[in-house]
Design a binder for this molecule. Structure first.
Ligand code: CMC
Length: 427
């Protein structure tokens, strides 16, 4: 028998259906709440609200579990490559060899970005943050690709997905080239997607470029770990913007802006800046632990805590191990890694962090790897965006295919009741 929930309100009893997910998560379906009772729910930050049903990602924050389409993140990071996992996230199944080769070939058809986009980039100052530039350029892609995609047409949808995967990577690296004052590079259809990222970023016209396979492997893993994370701030943004039937580029551009904030993807840049500041200040991690716990001090230990994980973020575990391996492989001895480990060790036994279930999140160690790979701090959140792209695409597609209604929350108004207009001379 299916479960229901009973609500008593204003002397009346109402019964609501309970929806149970494939991992036994329960949700009270309040679709008819306002129609039946006249009341709404109030849930700032949506801490208790599910916005959709989704087949893409399963996350159990209490147990520290993350799975894409049913596959454990640990397996995917170890055995998959980024395009393969992107295919899985977007289309629901691991690709066959033929499907994967086709996907890669089809993405390559769209890796040229309209030359006029360069005029737009030229308009930005070199000091502009790459995330702001990326959001603007992604939105600008709409102008050069104005066709409205019929989401019910598989071929049109597939083309839009390949276009987005191809062009976004290129413009993401162009934000860095602009910052550095380097000429913009083109995608090289003879090498892989992640290898292309390195070449697009670092190849100079003055000489050849050969990417280091250790670096390419590490990036592949990092992109996989970021590929989706169910209804986080940027993904919810992509879904809600897309729910008005805005296009894929416009929705993803909004997702980039949402990701930029330091409480979300921007935390990876904030972590590294924090670790550098601690190092400059003599490397006294205890002092910064005390600051993080002081309620009168706005300082937070960046890279710690998560809205959903109340246990170790499984991605942080994998990244920590990868950071050790990559730094060893590249022969880098970074004092910042020592500070990060000291902070982590202290936090894991500190009552403040333990009682609030604050553990390292995905951003705590990723910046250390990016730094070892020669990626500048300002680009860290762009790296997150490249990794998250398949997730945004998959969630946008799912939302449109499921014909979800426009996202439009309600509110409880707490302002003035009706007032008479006061003329200027009486104010
Ligand atoms: N350092 C010190 N105290 C913290 C921290 C932190 N990093 N995070 C949470 N707290 C405290 C917070 O002050 C509060 O204490 P109290 O109950 O005494 O008021 C308690 O823990 C609960 O925090 P909250 O802000 O209510 O929790 P939230 O779920 O709203 O916020 C968070 C989650 C990720 C925004 C927050 O933990 C944070 O600001 N962390 C640092 C930024 C960060 O690393 N963000 C990346 C998140 S993972 C990548 C991603 O998915 O974007």
């Amino acid at each position: 028998m299916s479960k229901t929930a009973i609500l008593e309100f204003d002397g009346n009893k109402y019964e609501f259906p309970v929806i149970v997910g494939s991992e036994n998560e329960a949700a009270i379906d309040i679709d008819k709440l306002r129609a039946l009772t006249g009341a709404i729910t109030l849930d700032p930050g949506y801490k208790n609200s599910g916005s959709c049903k989704s087949d893409i990602t399963f996350l159990d924050g209490e147990e520290g579990i993350l799975r894409y389409r049913g596959y454990a993140i640990e397996d995917l990071a170890e055995k998959g490559n980024f395009l393969e996992i992107s295919y899985l996230v977007i289309f629901g199944e691991l690709p066959t060899k033929t499907q994967l080769t086709q996907f890669e070939t089809d993405i390559r058809k769209y890796t040229l970005v309209n030359e006029e986009m360069k005029n737009i980039i030229d308009g930005f100052p070199k000091t502009a943050h790459p995330m702001g530039v990326l959001s603007a350029l992604t939105s600008a892609l709409t102008a050069f690709n104005p066709k409205v995609v019929n989401v019910e047409n598989d071929a049109e949808m597939y083309e839009a997905i390949c276009k987005t995967m191809g062009k976004f990577l290129v413009i993401a690296t162009w934000t860095y080239r602009k910052m550095m004052g380097y000429p913009l590079n083109y995608y090289d259809n003879t090498i892989g997607y992640v290898e292309n990222f390195m070449q697009l970023m670092f190849k100079l016209p003055t000489g050849p470029y050969a990417s280091n396979p250790v670096v390419v492997d590490a990036l592949d893993k990092l992109f996989i770990l970021h590929a989706d994370h169910e209804q986080n701030c940027s993904t919810s943004t992509v879904r809600i913007v897309g729910s008005s039937h805005a296009g894929l580029f416009a929705s993803i551009s909004a997702g980039v802006s949402a990701l930029w904030g330091p409480l979300h993807g921007g935390a990876n840049q904030a972590v590294l800046e924090m670790l550098e500041a601690i190092q400059k200040d003599g490397g006294d991690s205890a002092k910064y632990m005390a600051k993080a716990k002081d309620k009168d001090d706005p300082f937070r230990l960046m890279g710690f805590g998560h809205r959903v994980y109340k246990n170790f973020d499984p991605r942080a575990r994998i990244i920590k191990k990868a950071a050790d391996e990559v730094l060893k492989n590249l022969g880098v001895d970074d004092p910042i890694l020592r500070i990060a480990k000291e902070l982590e060790e202290a936090a894991l036994v500190d009552d403040y962090f333990v009682s609030r279930k604050l553990y390292p999140n995905v951003d705590f160690y990723s910046g250390i790897i990016y730094r070892a790979l020669g990626i500048p701090t300002d680009m860290f959140t762009v790296m997150f965006a490249i990794g998250r792209l398949p997730g945004w695409i998959a969630q946008w597609k799912e939302m449109r295919i499921n014909k979800e209604p426009i996202g439009r929350p309600r509110q409880i108004y707490t302002g003035y009741p009706l007032r008479d207009f006061v003329s200027m001379d009486k104010r």
